[in-house]
Ligand binder design. Structure first.
Ligand code: FES
Ligand code: MG
Length: 574
């Protein structure tokens, strides 16, 4: 560092000759570190969401070793530390309930320790946003290394898409066209190697957006988890983190408004998860970037779908990798992007975009032959969603995007499970399925249950999609004409709570409207009679969440976590 640069934070821990620095260095030396490691070199924290309870991140201890080599190579000192992980496949009631909790763990762990830069190791859906939210509130130099997608699984010779294939196969089982034995056999084929979902679900979406936003090195999103090039990327990212510390390039320097606008464009072109909307709003809130739900529609909804991956398209992440991944996508999107946005790779985003497309592939299309035109997220408003709701038209049935039908209301997920397959359920293909009490406050935690199952009796008739509306999210691997994130949610007294079975609902995606066709005076009567059924938990984290969670249109963050609290070194501990 030159003399006019501020001293590194870590020198306030290790840089003096008093008894406190003695204790701090001595403790570190117990791990086998020589004295020269405390000569003022940048200390790089490796914030790891490794956990055996998060199978998608199970290889991140190993990947951290590659990051460490890169840090050492560039003259830094790497120190790896664990934070709470979020295993999408196992956690109840939903990982989303704990995303904000993990972000607090990340934020406080970084600020309280002698770190000059951080490498964030994540993969499974919520781990990436939780890491980036926490790191944003501290605002040190930061780089993301994603765990990478799993390889393409195959069953009966056909590619098996993480998540997406499960929904389709379980419907086949319920319709009597697949046996239970076949279903179980398919389990072992879906994840045949380390890595996160191989579809363009939330994990792949967030990994891709990190690269697009300049917070990860080129190639971050698509290299398979088990490919040796992922270790090279981790190594290079460790080395770069040392450079970021020396340059003092903070996360807020990288993630400005242009990075978010680029992310919205890329989200559309990727056919990415609706969950990214909630996560980007939450990250923007931490960085005090003014981003709204309306921005997603305005900036993203006329962008073509260029990446042909499931659930919106055909391929899987290995196909995206073979096609060149995010750098090739950015090449195709160049004219729509802020190419002067900074990148942790050095300089600006534009210098890392290939000038020529190295080879052609169906997995990443050009704008002249898109998978679909006008992809992205459509933001709906109307008397049923005054603060907005979202739908992903690329994953919906075109004929249902303009639809009027009769509501069949489920008061909560228990009611849904109890009645959806009841042969006496009064429902037909034109009905609109409505689920209440599945939002941030109501469930609690806004689970991925917004893609309500098609009633068994309609599946038997060949129905594969219906209009579904809720305050829940849905898995990024899911598909259907599904209206999500209705705000305000029903448990907060939003109009969704006022819908009755038999009411008519009109969905008009081209007009961006969602309308409950009930007269205002009747809605006023129902509103006056509405009583919350969501009890506040007596204690614990659940109570904190209940008291402070924001609605989906504000990213479902906790209100007191919004904003940057900075990286000032806290006062001495002894
Ligand atoms: Fe971890 Fe899909 S379950 S990424
Ligand atoms: Mg998911």
């Amino acid at each position: 560092m030159s003399d006019d640069q501020p001293a590194l934070r870590s020198t306030q821990w290790f840089g003096s000759s008093d008894k406190i620095s003695f204790v701090r260095r001595s403790g570190m030396k117990a791990q086998g570190l020589p004295h020269r490691m405390f000569d003022g070199r940048p200390v790089v924290g490796i914030c790891n969401t490794w956990s055996e309870l998060t199978p998608c991140n199970a290889h991140l201890r190993e990947l951290a070793e590659s990051v460490k080599r890169g840090v050492y190579e560039a003259g830094g000192l790497p120190l790896e530390f664990p934070v709470t992980s979020l295993g999408e496949t196992v956690m109840r009631p939903t990982t989303m309930l704990f995303r904000n909790l993990v972000s607090m763990d990340v934020e406080e762990s970084i600020r309280a320790n002698p770190l000059d830069a951080v490498v964030l190791l994540g993969g499974c859906d919520k781990t990436t946003p939780a890491l980036v939210m926490g790191a944003s509130s501290v605002d040190l130099p930061t780089i993301v290394v994603s765990g990478g997608p799993t390889l393409t699984g195959r069953y009966h010779g056909k590619p098996l898409a993480s998540g997406t294939a499960v929904y389709a196969m379980s419907d086949e089982v319920r319709a009597g066209r697949m046996t239970q034995e076949e279903f179980v056999r398919a389990e072992s084929c879906m994840w045949r190697a380390n890595g996160h979902c191989n579809t363009m679900g939330t994990a792949s979406t967030m990994a891709g957006l990190m690269e697009v936003m300049g917070l990860a090195l080129p190639g971050n999103a698509a290299i398979p988890a088990v490919d040796s090039r992922r270790k090279v990327l981790a190594h290079d990212s460790g080395a770069r983190a040392v450079g970021l510390a020396r340059e003092n390039l903070r996360i807020s320097d990288v993630l400005g408004r242009p990075a978010f606008e680029n992310a919205i464009v890329a989200l559309a072109a990727l056919g990415g998860s609706t969950n990214a909307v909630v996560h980007l709003l939450a990250i923007a809130g931490r960085l005090e970037v003014d981003l709204t739900l309306a921005d997603f529609d305005r900036l993203g909804s006329h962008v073509p779908l260029l990446v042909d991956l499931q659930p919106a398209g055909a391929g899987l992440m290995e196909d995206f990798f073979e096609a060149g991944g995010v750098p090739v996508l950015l090449h195709e999107l160049r004219a729509r992007l802020h190419t002067k946005a900074p990148s942790v790779a050095g300089g600006v985003l534009g210098v890392h975009i290939p000038a020529e497309r190295p080879w052609d592939s169906d997995a990443i299309r050009g704008e002249r032959e898109p998978v679909q035109t006008d992809a992205g997220i459509a933001v709906l408003t109307g008397n049923l969603a005054p603060d907005g709701a979202v739908i992903k038209p690329s994953a919906a049935s075109p004929e249902l995007l303009r639809h009027e039908g009769t509501a069949v209301v489920f008061t909560d997920s228990d009611d849904l499970r109890a009645r959806i397959d009841d042969p006496d359920l009064d429902v037909d293909a034109d009905s609109v399925l409505v689920l209440c009490n599945a939002g941030p406050l109501g469930y609690p935690g806004m689970p991925e249950i917004g893609n309500l199952p098609i009633p068994a009796k309609l599946l038997g008739q060949g129905v594969r999609d219906m209009v579904r509306i809720s305050d829940a999210r849905m898995s990024g691997t899911a598909f259907g004409t599904v209206v999500l994130h209705v705000a305000p949610e029903s448990a907060a007294g939003g109009p969704l709570a006022l819908v009755r079975t038999g009411d008519r609902i009109r969905l008009d995606v081209p007009a961006r409207s969602l309308t409950l066709l009930v007269p205002d005076d009747e809605l006023d009567r129902r509103r006056a009679a509405w009583r919350s059924t969501t009890a506040a938990p007596a204690s614990g984290y659940a109570r904190l969440h209940h008291q402070h969670v924001l609605q989906a249109d504000r990213g479902a963050d906790l209100d007191f976590l919004v904003g940057r609290r900075g990286s000032a070194v806290p006062k001495e501990s002894h």
